[in-house]
Design a binder for this molecule. Structure first.
Ligand SMILES: NC(=O)c1ccc[n+]([C@@H]2O[C@H](COP(=O)([O-])OP(=O)(O)OC[C@H]3O[C@@H](n4cnc5c(N)ncnc54)[C@H](O)[C@@H]3O)[C@@H](O)[C@H]2O)c1
Length: 250
């Protein structure tokens, strides 16, 4: 009887020669993505508002760092332009910057509501829009956004603002995919809880709600972002990939 093949996790140069912008690169999923993409041969433009984390990721990936707030339209446009010049072009964008907000709908201050929508939804849009001039069909351009299980199945009380912002990401992704085809593929992933700073204080209660009985490691999310960014997903656009350990059907 033949045994199961041993998984080969070695880098395979799946992004060799590709120039990718990653937001949220100072921490969590964005950072894990930058590290994986660098291993796979990509040149990176790293965007984040946190200078210390950004510097660390840049050192480990030999990436170009851009300290920006993704809600600041002019800052983002200037960073995109500088990134494209430094890297000699841009072939893909991963929008991983985002914030969490927990609070019951009746109590959420309007300023907090606006901030969550501004960072998670408008910020993702502004970054994508700023990189559009460089994204071409010839280089198999790709944009990948990060929604959330909360954007698909918002059934946990206390997440209304966050869920609305992530539901918006799903719609934004599909609308952009339609508008930018066939030039640029646009997809998003919908993770369940991931072991990053965003999960602080909530890890223990969450595990049992997933079929796989655990929350995700950020490297597992990065792997799905690699798939959608790479030409392995050359026929995938407008899709929402659940990377949620089975939450959606559990
Ligand atoms: N961790 C989870 O459980 C989880 C689950 C589903 C989806 N997500 C999504 O994944 C993405 C990454 O989250 P994470 O878990 O890595 O969180 P994280 O807090 O570890 O990282 C978020 C990064 O985004 C940056 N950022 C936030 N606001 C910014 C702004 N205005 N301008 C520039 N940079 C900004 C932060 O500085 C940070 O480096 C987010 O969109 C989040 O909503 C996370």
């Amino acid at each position: 009887m033949s045994s199961a093949p041993i998984p080969d996790d070695a880098p395979r140069g799946r992004l060799r020669g590709r120039r990718i912008a990653v937001t949220g690169a100072a921490s969590g999923i964005g950072r894990a993505t930058a590290l994986l993409f660098a291993q796979e041969g990509a040149s990176l433009a790293l965007l984040d508002r946190d200078p210390d984390g950004l510097k660390e990721t840049a050192q480990e990936t030999v990436g170009s760092a851009f300290e920006v707030d993704i809600t600041a339209e002019d800052e983002v446009a200037a960073a995109a332009e500088r990134a494209a010049v430094e890297l000699g072009g841009i072939d893909g964008v991963v929008n991983a910057a985002g914030i969490m907000f927990r609070g019951l709908a009746a109590d959420v201050p309007a300023a907090d509501w606006r901030r969550v929508l501004e960072v998670n939804l408008t910020g993702t849009y502004l970054v994508t829009r700023s990189f559009l001039p460089w994204l071409t069909r010839e280089t198999a351009a790709s944009v990948v956004n990060i929604a959330s299980g909360q954007g698909l199945l918002p059934n946990s009380p206390g997440y209304t603002a966050y869920a609305a912002s992530k539901g918006g990401i799903v719609a934004l992704t599909k609308a952009l995919a339609a508008e930018l085809a066939p030039r640029i593929r646009v997809n998003c992933i919908a993770p369940g809880m991931v072991d990053t700073a965003m999960a602080d204080g909530h890890r223990d209660a969450a595990a049992s709600t997933y079929a796989l009985q655990r929350i995700a490691d950020p490297t597992e999310i990065a792997a799905s972002l690699l798939f959608l960014t790479s030409t392995d997903a050359s026929y995938v656009t407008g899709s929402v990939l659940g990377v949620d350990g089975g939450r959606a059907f559990h």
